[in-house]
Design a protein around this ligand. Structure first.
Ligand SMILES: [Zn+2]
Length: 142
């Protein structure tokens, strides 16, 4: 008798083979999305990998920063290395929650759930263009 585990294994194997045949497009799935790394310098909060994360998400770090600061109602700035300092002590949980909201609103394609998207600004109109399915989704400017 064949066990359920063996069946699942075969299914995974076939699925992985199918995925391998798809063209590689960089960041695509939720598990590929890096988390923000937060540390503290006295009463300041530093997002020490904002530059790296923004690059992976194809987003301008200034957009990610503006979104976070607006939602936190706290002052902050980008450092010369494009990482971010918030002039207030903010819990890592608050920052992760907001980051999750940013991903939902400004990165993820609502049509196919891919994170492989671009944020395009045309004057006052902002939209997400999905590189996986081509869908256009209008979003509120940050
Ligand atoms: Zn899509």
């Amino acid at each position: 008798m064949q066990s359920d585990t063996a069946i699942l294994y075969n299914y995974d194997y076939l699925l992985n083979r199918a995925i391998e045949k798809l063209p590689k497009r960089g960041v695509a799935k939720a598990y590929d999305i890096p988390q923000l790394e937060v540390e503290y310098e006295g009463e300041h909060t530093v997002v020490k990998n904002l530059s790296f994360v923004s690059e992976r998400l194809r987003r301008d770090p200034r957009i990610v920063m503006r979104f976070l600061l607006k939602e936190l109602g706290a002052p902050g700035a980008l450092r010369p290395d494009n990482n971010m300092v918030i002039y207030k002590r903010i819990s890592a949980k608050s920052i992760q929650d907001l980051y999750a909201r940013f991903l939902e609103s400004y990165v993820k394609c609502p049509t196919c759930q891919s994170y492989d998207t671009e944020l395009i600004r045309e004057g006052k109109k902002w939209y997400i263009r999905c590189l996986a399915c081509g869908a256009i989704t209008y979003v509120r400017p940050v």
